[in-house]
Design a protein. Structure first.
Length: 335
């Protein structure tokens, strides 16, 4: 008696994703996500689709799909910062941003190419569907370099007047305001802002800080050219050597700068916070464990990474995308 069973197995070149979708009783996009182990598809469905694909001899041809779609389904993440001994790449910035970016992009079926602005001419970067830049650089130099590629671009940083690119960042101005309000509540009158205002994010922190003071205190700006413990220590040591130097509060543009400044103050027998109150920025894990525990402005970096990726996916899909700032929170401790 002849069998009624139909053999639907095809060769790799003939079997399509639509065929698998019909066999599994799901949509084509569900098949695509299941084959990439996307958490957007239930584990049961992923296993079902993969089993059917295996039985039918189907192999996902990413190169062919990308050629049809004229996409690589990859995004290049460019880290602007130059790693140095005092500020390694293993610090929360940029690792927390990268964690959020990777989480969002891989869930959407994209791969992530990590590079620096010095290695923009490599094939994986040139073939990416878009660029995410972590850090604008001094005077926005890094942004201008990447804009020359003509690729979709999203930047972690601070908005600049007349900028024609999408920015995601923390509300740095509000962060500066919260530091000022803390000093006002403490009655501090002679203040130091420690940070390189050539960087847009730092400039916003400083502007918010000074504006919130509204003439209630004198603010002296010290501009170290790095964001390291050593730069904070050296800058504060140099300031303390100046004749007539007198201040009772320091707002630093990063936690490492703040920690270095505290060490320099201690070497001159100035107690924190009794003689000088100090506030940092970033609220890194080391801030809470520092001695004394450091008051710092918290940035939601992981959330920022997720938002960067969402903005990039929107640009790739041709959607209307706008810049967006995340809130900050002053974490009050003992400095």
């Amino acid at each position: 008696m002849p069998s009624n069973k139909i053999n639907v197995r095809k060769s790799d070149s003939a079997l399509t994703m639509e065929d698998l979708a019909k066999l599994a009783g799901v949509s084509k996009i569900t098949v695509s996500r299941a084959l990439r182990d996307s958490p957007l598809v239930t584990l049961e469905t992923r296993e079902k689709v993969r089993q059917i694909a295996s039985e039918q001899g189907y192999r996902l041809n990413i190169s062919a799909r990308n050629l049809r779609m004229r996409r690589s389904y990859s995004v290049a993440v460019v880290v602007e910062m130059t790693p140095v001994r005092g500020r390694p790449m293993s610090d929360p910035y940029p690792l927390e941003l990268l964690g959020g970016i990777t989480q969002e992009l891989t869930t959407a079926g994209y791969s992530v190419v990590l590079t620096s602005k010095q290695l923009m001419d490599t094939a994986p970067v040139q073939g990416a569907d878009g660029l995410i830049l972590l850090g604008q650089g001094s005077h926005g130099e890094a942004v201008r370099t990447l804009q020359l590629t003509g690729m979709p671009l999203v930047v972690w940083g601070a908005p600049e007047a007349g900028a024609d690119y999408i920015v995601v960042g923390s509300d740095n101005r509000k962060g500066g305001i919260s530091a000022a309000e803390r000093f006002i509540a403490q009655g501090r009158k002679k203040l130091v802002f420690l940070g390189d205002v050539d960087h847009a994010e730092v400039q916003e922190r400083c502007a918010g800080f000074i504006d919130a003071m509204g003439g209630l205190a004198m603010v002296h700006i010290v501009r170290p050219k790095a964001f390291t413990f050593e730069a904070g220590f050296d800058s504060m040591s140099a300031l303390l050597k100046k004749k007539g130097a007198s201040f009772d509060g320091v707002f630093a543009a990063s936690d490492l700068l703040a920690m270095g400044a505290i060490r320099a103050l201690a070497e001159k027998n100035l107690r924190v916070p009794e003689n000088v109150s100090v506030i940092g920025y970033d609220d890194t894990p080391g801030a809470a464990s520092f001695v004394p525990p450091l008051t710092s402005v918290h940035q939601y970096l992981r959330d920022g990474g997720v938002l960067l990726a969402k903005k990039m996916l929107g640009l790739i899909e041709g959607e209307a995308v706008t810049s967006e700032m995340l809130p900050t929170t002053l974490m009050v401790r003992q400095t």
